[in-house]
Ligand binder design. Structure first.
Ligand code: A2P
Length: 338
């Protein structure tokens, strides 16, 4: 477990991607005390430039030797790249915060949401995993309620933006919308079916159980982050034609009754959450409200009509920020503090 110096040399891996680009804006906005920031992507992007702190960074090709002289690497270049390069960086003494699912369930890899389980950072082997975007915003909203009364069951349906898939998916949604408006047929490439003007209950591969890998990420990661293997989690993950901002309909049952009024009070006093819950005036969060924001927005808090301990919530967050780049940079900030 390496310590990160107070002015680390930082590598951003996957610098040209949807999350990578967001990393730079967050490092800049939060005035992250980096001694240097270097942008890495594939050979395809070598020589491209990225604006950062009033300068242009030139993107470099990531190779096995690239990460020898860094203190911190923020990876967001897909699982294959993480599996190949993160262990090399970690061995060279660089602390990796990895946005892919490659290491999330490894026992020696902390899976961290700073508002929820910062203590998990106490032991690591130079690789720390950033959870799945849908899991992050859900546990930010649920952890404070779980402290009031243990959550026994979660039933969640997601409405996930295409930017979670990456830049190619944003381009596909935009181009399909134009093509359809022009009266032409579309040929899906990134997604299995047309995403424009459609809704796909299919994220990542299907498993024999009938659930998808994305749904099982929500099950397994929630249990690991909340440190409770007995929470029952049932997830349905759905891709919607929204560019940015994931929404979730979340139903929970707790050990003892919390009640909607108390839940609102607890949520509005919790770090990283903004309660937006005045339905009579249209006061509920939507994806367009959360783009560029750090907080997870929670609304539609209501008691179940039948189950004594049942509560429903609507949870919205910027998947590129809290769901990915912001959470990774917050983890890095915690590491600096240690
Ligand atoms: P590139 O743009 O050169 O392909 P997104 O999630 O938006 O699809 O972005 C994925 C990011 O991961 C991009 O920056 C992409 O770079 C990068 N990437 C993909 N494959 C590799 C690789 N083998 N080595 C380094 N970066 C990679």
């Amino acid at each position: 477990m390496n310590r990160i110096p107070s002015s680390p040399r930082v590598a951003v891996v996957g610098a040209t991607g949807a999350v990578g680009r967001e990393m730079f804006s967050i490092l800049e906005q939060r005035e992250f005390p980096a001694a240097s920031v270097t942008a890495f992507a594939s050979a395809r992007s070598a020589g491209k430039t990225i604006p950062f702190r009033g300068e242009l960074l030139t993107v470099e090709e990531l190779t096995a030797e690239s990460l020898n002289d860094f203190d911190l690497a923020l990876f967001s270049a897909g699982g294959g790249t993480s599996k190949r390069f993160a262990p090399i960086a970690a061995k060279a003494g660089c602390v990796v915060v990895d946005n892919s699912s490659a290491f999330r369930m490894d026992d020696d890899v902390p899976l961290v949401v700073p508002e929820v389980n910062p203590e998990a950072l106490d032991g690591h082997s130079n690789i720390i995993a950033n959870p799945n975007c849908s899991t992050i915003q859900m546990v930010v909203a649920l952890a404070p309620l779980n402290k009031v009364s243990r959550i026994e069951r979660i039933i969640v349906s997601t409405y996930q933006a295409v930017s979670g898939t990456g830049q190619a998916a944003i381009d596909e949604l935009m181009s399909q919308a134009y093509t359809i408006q022009a009266g032409d047929d579309v040929t899906p490439q990134v997604y299995p079916k047309q995403i424009a003007y459609n809704v796909l209950p299919h994220i990542d591969d299907f498993l024999d159980s009938g659930f998808t890998k994305e749904e099982m990420k929500m099950v397994n990661e929630t249990r690991k982050i909340l440190n409770d293997q007995s929470i029952a989690v049932n997830a349905t993950t759905v891709r919607v034609p929204v560019v940015r901002g994931h929404s979730e309909s979340v139903y929970i049952e707790t050990q003892t009754r919390i009640g909607a009024a108390k839940a609102r009070e607890v949520l509005s006093a919790s770090d990283g959450i903004r309660l937006v819950d005045e339905p009579e005036t249209g006061g509920y969060p939507v994806p367009l409200d959360c783009a560029g924001q750090d907080d997870t927005l929670v609304g539609r808090v209501r008691d179940d009509l039948d189950a004594e301990t049942g509560l429903s919530l609507w949870v919205v967050a910027d998947n590129l920020r809290k769901g990915a780049a912001l959470n990774a940079v917050q983890i890095a900030e915690l590491l600096l503090d240690r």
